[in-house]
Design a protein around this ligand. Structure first.
Ligand code: FAD
Length: 378
C-alpha cells in the first residue's frame, strides 16, 4: 500500500471549535496552523456548561483532567421564580450516564490551548482571515495566501471565511432576548448550602427577566442576566444593581455589585446550506450557532471539530470525507439547534412544563459520540 503524503490544514479562528480541530488534526499527524484575529487566545462570556458530549471531546484530545480539576458539578438543576418559589427540580444526573459540569470559559480555553500547543500546532495571533478558496487556500488580511489540503472556517458566528465562499447560503437571525454575563465571587451569594450549591434558573415572568445562577468552581459564580432588548431599565449602562435586585430579591447579595462594563449578547441562530465547499469546512458557530437554551453551542462545535478530524483518518480524499462527515454528524447538531430555537422562542411560557429535566432531543445530543471516536469517558 502506498504511503499517504503529509497533510496540512489552515484554520481560521482560535475559539473552542478551531482549537479542538487543530489539536485533533495535529494528534493525527497533520501539520496545523491556526490564525486568530485577536492579539491573544481567549474566550468571552464568563462561564459555560458542558454535557457528556463536550466532556468526551476533552477526554479525546487530552484536556479532560485539567478541565475537571477546576470545574463544578451541582447536585441539582432547578427553576425558581423571582420570589424563590421552586418551579421544577431535577438531580444533575443525565440518563445514559454522566452529569453536567460548569467552569469558567478562561479555564476551558486555557486547558484546550495547553493541549493544542503540546500537539505542535502553530498559532498566529493578530492574523485575520478574510477569505478561502475551495481549492484549498486561506487568505489573511495582510494579503498573504496559505495553501492547504484542508481549510477550516472556525471564525465564529459572523464568519468572514464562510461568507467569502461563492454560492454559500447563510440563514442568520437574532432573537429579541439579550444577555449580560459575568463572574462574581461565589461567597457573595450566601453560605455554601442548599440552593446556592445548585444550578438555578430564576424567572421573573411579569418583567420577562431571567437570571441563570451557576457556580463554576470554589471561587467563581457565573451570572447571566437576560431581558428583552426593549427593556431599557434592565440594560442600563452600567447595569443597575437596584433594578436587578428588585426583580430578584433572593439574589440581592449576588447582584449587589454589578460590573461597570458588561458584554451584551443576543440569542442568535445561523444555518448554512452545506458544511463544506470543496476543501473548505465550516465548523462551530460559523456553521450552526444556536441560542444557549440547552447549553450546546460549544458542545456541538467541539464535537463536530473532533468528528471532522476523525472523518479524515486514513484518507487523502478530502472532499469525499467532508461530505461524509456532514452526512453523519449534521443531524444531531440540527436536533440541538431546533430544540434550542424552540425554547428560545417560548422562553417565558411553559417554564413549569419544561421542568429541569432532559428531553429526548437534548439527550440525543448530550450522549453523542462522533463516528470514528472512541468513547473513553466512563
Ligand atoms: C449567552 C451565551 C451563553 C452560552 N452558553 C453556552 C454553554 O453554556 N454551553 C455551550 O456549549 N455553549 C454555550 N454558548 C455557545 C458557545 O459560546 C459557542 O457556541 C462557542 O463559543 C462557539 O465556538 P466557536 O469556536 O465556533 O466560535 P467562537 O467562540 O466565536 O470563536 C471564534 C474565534 O475566531 C476568532 N475570529 C473571528 N473572526 C476571525 C477572523 N476573520 N480571522 C481569524 N480569527 C477570527 C475570534 O476572535 C474567536 O477567537 C453560549 C453562547 C451565548 C451567546
Amino acid at each position: 500500500m502506498s504511503e499517504m503524503k503529509p497533510m496540512h490544514v489552515e484554520i481560521a479562528g482560535g475559539g473552542f471549535a478551531g482549537l479542538v480541530a487543530a489539536t485533533a488534526f495535529a494528534q493525527r499527524g497533520w501539520s496545523v496552523q491556526v490564525h486568530e484575529a485577536a492579539p491573544s487566545l481567549r474566550s468571552f462570556g464568563a462561564g459555560i456548561y458542558l454535557a457528556p458530549n463536550g466532556q468526551r471531546v476533552l477526554q479525546a484530545i487530552g484536556a479532560y483532567d485539567q478541565v475537571m480539576s477546576r470545574s463544578y458539578s451541582a447536585p441539582w438543576k432547578e427553576s425558581r421564580d423571582q420570589d424563590n418559589q421552586l418551579l421544577a427540580r431535577e438531580k444533575n444526573e443525565i440518563p445514559g450516564g454522566g452529569r453536567l459540569v460548569t467552569l469558567t470559559r478562561q479555564d476551558l480555553h486555557r486547558a484546550i490551548e495547553t493541549v493544542t500547543r503540546k500537539a505542535g500546532v502553530s498559532i498566529v495571533t493578530n492574523s485575520r482571515a478574510v477569505a478561502a478558496d475551495p481549492k484549498g487556500v486561506l487568505w489573511t488580511e495582510d494579503g498573504r495566501q496559505w495553501p492547504a489540503d484542508l481549510v477550516i472556517a472556525a471564525d465564529g458566528v459572523g464568519s468572514k471565511v464562510r461568507d467569502s465562499l461563492d454560492g454559500v447560503r447563510v440563514d442568520a437571525s437574532q432573537f429579541s432576548f439579550v444577555v449580560h454575563r459575568f463572574l462574581v465571587p461565589r461567597r457573595w451569594a450566601g453560605p455554601a448550602e442548599d440552593q446556592w450549591l445548585n444550578y438555578v434558573n430564576y424567572w421573573n415572568c411579569d418583567l420577562e427577566r431571567r437570571v441563570l445562577y451557576t457556580p463554576c468552581n470554589e471561587d467563581d459564580l457565573y451570572l447571566l442576566l437576560g431581558a428583552q432588548e426593549t427593556d431599557e431599565l434592565a440594560h442600563q449602562d452600567p447595569l443597575s444593581s437596584k433594578v436587578w435586585c428588585e426583580s430578584f430579591p433572593v439574589l440581592a447579595n449576588a447582584l449587589r455589585d454589578l460590573p461597570e462594563r458588561s458584554r451584551l449578547d443576543h440569542y442568535e441562530v445561523t444555518r448554512v446550506d452545506r458544511w463544506s465547499y470543496g476543501r473548505v469546512a465550516i465548523v462551530g458557530d460559523a456553521a450552526h450557532a444556536m441560542p444557549p437554551t440547552i447549553g450546546q453551542g460549544a458542545g456541538t462545535a467541539m464535537m463536530n471539530a473532533l468528528g471532522l478530524a476523525a472523518a479524515m483518518e486514513g484518507t487523502d480524499d478530502v472532499e469525499t470525507a467532508l461530505r461524509e462527515w456532514e452526512e453523519v454528524e449534521r443531524e444531531t447538531t440540527e436536533v440541538a439547534q431546533n430544540a434550542s430555537v424552540e425554547i428560545a422562542a417560548n422562553l417565558f411560557s411553559g417554564i413549569v412544563e419544561r421542568g429541569a429535566g432532559w428531553d429526548e432531543s437534548e439527550l440525543k445530543v448530550a450522549q453523542r459520540v462522533p463516528r470514528g471516536v472512541i468513547n473513553r469517558l466512563a
